[in-house]
Each structure stands twice: as structure tokens, then as C-alpha cells.
Write a protein that binds this ligand. Structure first.
Ligand code: ZN
Length: 432
């Protein structure tokens, strides 16, 4: 039990440090730095050595770390992929809007597919990236920013104005979801209010802020719940629990038979179609470059890919005790039942019988249970990283995740012990 709690604490700390994609990548990078990984600049030429530990970031919101094999450039890759982003509300440019009483609210848009009404009446704050003027217009400076104290809330309409609220309440993304941030005496005070706050937080002049990517997050920290702390509840379990699992496994294993890779993409929640997303060539080009830097040929790269295996790690829907009718009658993973293999007849997932068998054997060797997720045949399921990546690299691999409740709620729930199971499986995979 102790191992389970220690791992849960480590996950909760990671989640609290990572309120948005940019902060998640910053948190991962600082842990890699502490573990002696060398940060590479994609614009420089690389000198890689067998056994060396390296990482790159892309757009400050995706991160790729790898430990080089000592068995030559054609030895293959063992990859665990996950994503840094979660559904949220994103601040629009010129966001401040004033209403009666000097109430300032912010104009926001929806990122990905959040369960909108879970965002009401919570202590929210802001985090993300600020882009600052530099001497070179083509290369502005980027600062990562996070406000620690609650700055905003989205007050729900009182039930007295909508007695039918509990019978289903359609929401307008533009009207209902705008958070309040301040009360001002003079309407002019609202002008540039957000930029002033950001400049103060970053320690720069307001005029130097050229643009920003700021998102809202719930400031409530992750915590354990349940009579025996069986459950872990937090924002962004999808997919930061898998990011944490992949990172922990990479840091706590030492095999150099194949190059071990952790690939954390951004923008999975909007379809992966950005330069830092899984549909881009970013991972393929990185792997080619690694082979080339080790003196390998194009053929060595292709041989390497053929020997490789990827675990595409993105969380799965756990069987919800209140809604048994939503799930497949014979394949519904439960919280606490171990890692979940996701499989779909129409190939929405990269899993097939052969790759599922590989993952099952890994779990067996790790001594952890594993289970299957298959959609109820009348319910259309989601997709994830694996099958998108295979359009760039013809990798073997499995789609899997941890079983969670309330996927895309501002706060999701999983079983505390599942994370220890997953990490044991990931470490076994890297160390095989
Ligand atoms: Zn996900």
C-alpha cells in the first residue's frame, strides 16, 4: 500500500504544478534537468552518444525525451506517448468587458470538449505563455506565467431564474461561460487590465507584451477521496496522469537495449493537427535525426522503426456505477482494475490482437492486472494519439490508459492504485 500512496503523492504534486499544457511541459523539463538530461536545441547540430539522455521541446507545449541505445543506430525505439493539453477555457484577445456596477468579465473561448457546467462557481485562475518583444521580430521571447491565487469565477445563474435548471440546461459558450475578474470604479480602469496583471507577474513592461496564450484553470488542488483513500480526484487526469507515468518510468529505468522515448504531444483535444500535435511529423523527424546523429543510414532508421513498439497512453472511460447501460456488456474497465487496453473494430485505436497481446504480456511480467475497453456498439467512441501517429510512422503499438470517471470534467476521478499499476507496467516495458 505504501508504494501506492507514494506514487499518488508524486502524481498529485505533478498535477498541481501543471495547470495548463505549457506548465506541464515546464514541470517535465525541470524534472528531466534534475535527472541529468541534456536539453537539445533543434536549430543546432547534435552530438549524441550511446547511453546519453536528451530532450527537446516544441512550441513550449510539447516535449520529447529519449535515452539512447548502446546497441547501435538500428536497434529500435521503445516509445510511450501521451498529451499535455486538457479541455479548458481560453482567454480571447481584448478580453475585458464591463457591465453594470463596474463588474469586469473576460471574454473566453472553449478549448476542446470540456463538460462546461463543471466550470461554474469555482476559484479559477490563469496560466499559460506570454510572448514578449525582443530585438529580433522573427524570434520574440516567451515567458511561462501562472497566477497562483484565485483570480476569477464563473457564477452560475440562481435557480430562482431558471426553475428547470435541474432538468437539463443548455449552455451558450459565448454567454454563459464568461468569468468575472474585478470591480472597477471607473470604466477606463478595465482597459488593458489583463495585460497589466500579466506584466506585473512576468516582471516586464506592458508595452513589451505582444501576445499571449492564457487559459483558465481550477485552483483546487488534487486530493485523495474515499474511506481508505481509494480515489484520486483532480483536474487534467486526462492526460497528465499518463504524462507523469511515462516520465516516471523513463527516469526510473536504465535499459539501453533500445532507445527509450517519451513523446508528449499537444493539442490532442482539438484533433492533433498542429506542428506540436501527433498528426505532425515532429516525432518521425526526431527519430530519424537520432538515427542519423548516431551515424545510421536511412535503412537503419527503417529497420529501427520495424523493431519498435509504442504505448499510446491516453485515459479510458471507467465503468460508472450509475450508468451501466452506457457500457459494453462484457468489456467495461473498472477503476482499480489496472491499465486498460482500448480496442475498436473500426480501428479508431491502433491496438490489434498482436499489440494487445504484447501489452498483456508486459502487464503479466509486471505482476499487474489489465482490462479491456470496447465501446458499447450503439455509442460512438473517441479517438486518440496512436492511430493518428501511424499515418506518419508505421509503428506497432497499443492504445491504453487508466480508467477514469467524468472524462473532460474540470475534475476527474481515478483509483489511487491504478497509477502504481501503470507505472509498474511502463517500467517493465522500458526495462524488458
Ligand atoms: Zn486524452
Amino acid at each position: 500500500m505504501e508504494e501506492v500512496k507514494v506514487i499518488a503523492r508524486s502524481l498529485m504534486e505533478f498535477l498541481d504544478k501543471s495547470p495548463v499544457n505549457f506548465l506541464a511541459v515546464k514541470t517535465v523539463a525541470s524534472q528531466l534537468d534534475d535527472a541529468g538530461f541534456v536539453r537539445l536545441d533543434p536549430r543546432e547540430s547534435w552530438e549524441l552518444r550511446p547511453g546519453g539522455k536528451y530532450y527537446i521541446t516544441k512550441n513550449s507545449s510539447a516535449i520529447f525525451a529519449f535515452v539512447i541505445s548502446t546497441e547501435g543506430p538500428a536497434s529500435g525505439f521503445r516509445i510511450i506517448s501521451a498529451h499535455s493539453d486538457s479541455p479548458c477555457l481560453r482567454v480571447k484577445p481584448k478580453a475585458e468587458m464591463i457591465s453594470d456596477g463596474g463588474i469586469v468579465k473576460l471574454n473566453v473561448e472553449v478549448y476542446g470538449g470540456p463538460i462546461l457546467y463543471t466550470w461554474f462557481d469555482r476559484p479559477l485562475s490563469l496560466a499559460g505563455r506570454v510572448v514578449l518583444r525582443s530585438d529580433d521580430p522573427l524570434n520574440p521571447r516567451t515567458e511561462i506565467v501562472r497566477f497562483d491565487r484565485p483570480l476569477l469565477t464563473i457564477p452560475h445563474l440562481a435557480i430562482h431564474f431558471n426553475r428547470a435548471v435541474n432538468e437539463g440546461n443548455p449552455l451558450s459558450k459565448q454567454k454563459d461561460m464568461l468569468p468575472v475578474i474585478a470591480i472597477v470604479r471607473d470604466a477606463a480602469e478595465k482597459d488593458n487590465m489583463l495585460l497589466r496583471c500579466v506584466a506585473e507577474a512576468v516582471g516586464c513592461k506592458m508595452e513589451d507584451i505582444l501576445d499571449f496564450d492564457l487559459s483558465l484553470f481550477d485552483t483546487t488542488p488534487a486530493c485523495l477521496v474515499g474511506l481508505d483513500e481509494e480515489f484520486l480526484t483532480s483536474g487534467r487526469l486526462d492526460d497528465l496522469s499518463m504524462v507523469h507515468g511515462a516520465m516516471t518510468a523513463l527516469l526510473e529505468t536504465s535499459s539501453t537495449k533500445q532507445t527509450r522515448v517519451m513523446a508528449i504531444f499537444d493539442n490532442e483535444e482539438t484533433g492533433s493537427g498542429t506542428k506540436q500535435g501527433a498528426a505532425s511529423p515532429v516525432l518521425m523527424q526526431l527519430l530519424r535525426r537520432v538515427v542519423a546523429c548516431l551515424g545510421g543510414s536511412d535503412e537503419d532508421y527503417l529497420r529501427s522503426i520495424d523493431k519498435s513498439f509504442m504505448i499510446s497512453a491516453d485515459n479510458a472511460h471507467a465503468y460508472h456505477p450509475n450508468y451501466p447501460e452506457k457500457y459494453d456488456p462484457t468489456n467495461h474497465p473498472v477503476v482499480g482494475g489496472g491499465p486498460v487496453i482500448k480496442i475498436n473494430a473500426n480501428c479508431k485505436y491502433m491496438t490489434d490482437a498482436e499489440s494487445a497481446a504484447v501489452f498483456k504480456s508486459i502487464c503479466e511480467k509486471a505482476g499487474v492486472p489489465c482490462q479491456y475497453f470496447v465501446n458499447h456498439s450503439d455509442v460512438a467512441g473517441g479517438s486518440t494519439l496512436g492511430n493518428i501517429l501511424t499515418s506518419q510512422i508505421d509503428l506497432r503499438g497499443v492504445d491504453m490508459g487508466e480508467a477514469i470517471w467524468a472524462m473532460h470534467s474540470v475534475r476527474e476521478t481515478m483509483a489511487t492504485r491504478d497509477h502504481a499499476y501503470t507505472i509498474r507496467a511502463f517500467k517493465t516495458f522500458f526495462d524488458l
